[in-house]
Design a protein around this ligand. Structure first.
Ligand code: GLC
Length: 472
């Protein structure tokens, strides 16, 4: 390999390294940011929002009933009906609707929510034609953006993330918006609960988890998908910002939506390479959700793309291609957000001779012809990006474990598990293994023989929203 190129790649790899001491220090910092968010009255850029959710218990698996769930959190809107059988199992019917790009930005809250209302109605007609509309069906609304939640069924949008940008929606109550648009159609559905996808994931995994068999407490509900975030159950005495009047009767604790995508927005400790800075500047929320921008699916492909463009601009890569095309590069390489993390998942595991499989993937997905040397570089950078992402992902998980391990009695011998959902943790090769590897390096259970495992919460946010609706 050309020595200048080799040097440049080595330099990137070096800047993306995450060592044990960094993980330990960042976990301490994460805990401080949790504390600050749990205490402060007002949200601030310096610490995580730590949003109380008004969910005051964790399912036991015995919950029963039929509920609807609607889920907005990324590029799709999902509507489902969930039948909780009361024995850790459930039945689910669901439909997925792609959110038209022109409703995600440069549009209005009403246009988006009118679309969502129509899909709830369409779902009922398709899957529950038998429903006579006598009683309102209860719906749990999974809305996976930062919300200032003031009751189980009330919350105003704090800010958009993950590419959504409809300014007139900020500060509006999203339950009201959805309810109004459902009512306009005369559909007999009542939105009774609002939940973040991480809350849904925590609840749904806790419901499915048969502790008698797994011997493990579900400690965190985490999403590693388009975005990343987590929720956990906190004792009320550790949430000083909750006023006595806001605490539901009889409650001893509450699920908190951390919005950990916003961990360390002031970059006290997180690595910040020039590529991270380019990406932040390209987003609709610069300066916010900086942890998410180093980890989640929406950004992994873009990180690779900006690295490759940098190496091209420094004249180390794609020079012949550029000349042969008369001074241009394929648009999926040249334009932001065109390289998806799914492509990285193929490049990551390619072990074919001369990386022939990557050659095809790059041709098919990016229309990018490559030589062997370029493919070696691309694979190295891909692995560098995903390794840092998976290792950073361990920080919040370890921090929560170290925080909640004291919630259990001394003689409790249960292990701990994380309930996870999202395309990256579910499908990206090796991601789960690396997260656990890094959690072990941090070692939040030092001195104990308890184990930590990671479980995928299938249909997490749908079932979780139904469980939230069952609490109403
Ligand atoms: C973003 C959202 C958060 C959500 C996460 C995962 O970080 O702000 O609410 O939970 O994505 O979908």
């Amino acid at each position: 390999m050309n020595s200048k190129l080799q040097e440049a790649v080595d330099d990137i790899v070096e800047k993306f390294k995450i060592d044990k001491q960094f993980l330990i220090d960042a976990t301490v910092e994460f805990n401080l940011s949790m504390e600050a968010g749990l205490s402060a009255d007002k949200p601030a850029r310096e610490y995580m929002p730590m949003i109380p959710t008004y969910v005051t218990s964790i399912p036991t698996g015995k919950e029963t009933g039929l509920y609807l769930a609607a889920d907005l959190g990324g590029t799709n809107f999902r509507v489902c009906s969930v039948l909780l059988n009361g024995d850790h199992t459930f039945g689910i019917k669901q439909s997925k609707y792609k959110i038209p790009l022109d409703l995600m930005a440069n549009s209005t809250a009403d246009a988006l929510f009118s679309y969502l209302g129509k899909k709830v109605d369409a779902f009922l007609q398709e899957h529950h034609a038998e429903y006579d509309g006598e009683e309102h069906l209860k719906l749990g609304f999974t809305f996976s953006f930062p919300v200032n939640q003031t009751a189980l069924n009330r919350g105003t949008l704090l800010r958009w993330t993950k590419g959504f940008d409809l300014p007139d929606c900020v500060d509006k109550d999203v339950v009201e918006l959805l309810q109004r648009n459902i009512d306009l159609l005369g559909t007999k559905v009542k939105v009774v609960a609002l939940a973040n996808d991480t809350v849904g994931t925590l609840l749904s995994r806790a419901y499915s988890n048969n502790i008698a068999k797994t011997k493990a407490h579900t400690t965190v509900g985490a999403i590693f998908g388009t975005g990343t975030n987590g929720a956990y159950f906190e004792s009320l005495d550790k949430i000083p910002k909750l006023k006595a009047s806001e605490i539901p009767e009889g409650a001893t604790g509450m699920v908190v939506n951390m919005e950990w995508g916003s961990f360390d927005n002031t970059l006290k400790i997180l690595p910040s390479t020039k590529y991270d800075q380019i990406i932040d500047a390209e987003t609709a929320n610069p300066g916010y959700h900086l942890f998410e921008k180093r980890i989640s699916g929406m950004f992994l492909g873009e990180l690779l793309r900006v690295m490759l463009m940098d190496l091209f601009e420094r004249k180390y890569l794609f020079q012949d291609l550029y000349a042969s095309r008369g001074g241009s590069l394929p648009h999926r390489l040249a334009e932001p957000w065109q390289l998806s993390s799914e492509v990285l998942s193929y490049l990551e595991i390619d072990d074919s001779t001369d990386l022939k499989m990557s050659e095809l993937v790059l041709e098919n997905h990016l229309r990018l012809p490559t030589n062997k040397e370029e493919r070696l570089v691309i694979q190295k950078l891909t692995r560098t990006i995903s390794h840092r992402a998976a290792y950073l992902s361990a920080i919040p998980l370890a921090a929560v474990i170290s925080r909640v391990k004291g919630q259990y009695p001394e003689d409790d011998d249960g292990d701990f598990e994380f309930g996870c959902d999202g395309s990256v943790v579910e499908f990206y090769p090796g991601f789960q293994k690396k997260i656990l590897e890094a959690v072990l390096l941090i070692n939040p259970l030092e001195g104990s023989s308890k184990k930590i495992s990671l479980r995928i919460a299938k249909d997490g946010s749908g079932v979780g929203a139904a469980l939230c609706a069952s609490l109403a």
